[in-house]
Design a protein around this ligand. Sequence first.
Ligand code: ADP
Ligand code: MG
Length: 140
Amino acid sequence: MAATRTFSIIKPDATRRNLTGAVTKMLEDAGLRVVASKRIQMSREQAEGFYEVHKDRPFYGELVDFMVSGPVVVQVLEGEDAVKRNRDVMGATNPADAEEGTIRKTYAESIEANSVHGSDSDENAANEIKFFFDEDEIVG
Ligand code: ADP
Ligand code: MG
């Protein structure tokens, strides 16, 4: 099967605790390659736009506040079946439900401060990558 791409964010709870390397190691150990990466402070407009799909959910305002509360690391990951591979190593949204050995089980603080974002489909991955990266920033 050919390599595909997905989009990842190391969230503010993880950057605050200096876990950028630890989280990235778990992604790499899961067979994913970081083909683009940058540490940014998301603007409120970016966070609102990125999580637009959740705007009617009760936690939307708090989620946006959280995502702008500190720096994040946005990454493009490449690997075989990258979307599923990444979702598997991330673990369930709520760390209380996440399996042993997953990033969220290991590092997440709460259902909101759950250390990582990962795209949930190839189509969303392509859109999310475009939201944060120009094609010439992705260098294999
Ligand atoms: P996932 O990140 O696993 O794809 P969702 O897309 O459903 O999960 O939600 C996006 C993000 O919103 C979650 O990663 C988490 O940070 C936050 N979130 C989800 N559900 C809740 C909730 N019930 N309360 C607070 N924050 C939540
Ligand atoms: Mg999601």
